[in-house]
Ligand binder design. Structure first.
Ligand SMILES: [Zn+2]
Length: 121
């Protein structure tokens, strides 16, 4: 176990992850499949992203976001329930499946670079 625990996890699953990634890319690129998934109805604030229905206000035909803590006034788009394209990429899906935290990976990479720079001034 090194001091880069997320990279240790990544290394431990790299063979499986490689195979799964090749399979997912084969489905998409060779077989022409696209990924979609079911989404319940959603409200998307232009400023905040997805927001709960109870924070939606209307004024005439305008639908906007208003919560109590922040003073957001962003326009809100209503997205009805249904199958919609899943925009997650293969890397993100693999990270989710193998429980790899991509943020930690990036932080560890930065720490490794800092370490290299300190060792080679
Ligand atoms: Zn908002």
């Amino acid at each position: 176990m090194s001091k880069y625990s997320e990279h240790d996890k990544l290394k431990a699953i790299s063979d499986k992850s490689q195979t799964c990634g090749e399979f997912l890319n084969w489905l998409k690129d060779d077989q022409g499949l696209s990924f979609a998934r079911w989404f319940d109805k959603r409200y998307i604030c232009a400023e905040c992203g997805e927001v709960p229905e109870e924070e939606i206000r209307t004024s005439g035909v305008r639908r906007f976001h208003k919560n109590n803590n922040e003073r957001c006034d962003g326009d809100v788009e209503y997205v009805s329930a249904g199958f919609q394209p899943d925009t997650r990429g293969v890397t993100e899906l693999l990270a989710s499946f193998f429980e790899i935290n991509q943020r930690k990976i990036e932080d560890e990479k930065c720490a490794m670079f800092d370490e290299c720079r300190a060792a080679n001034p």
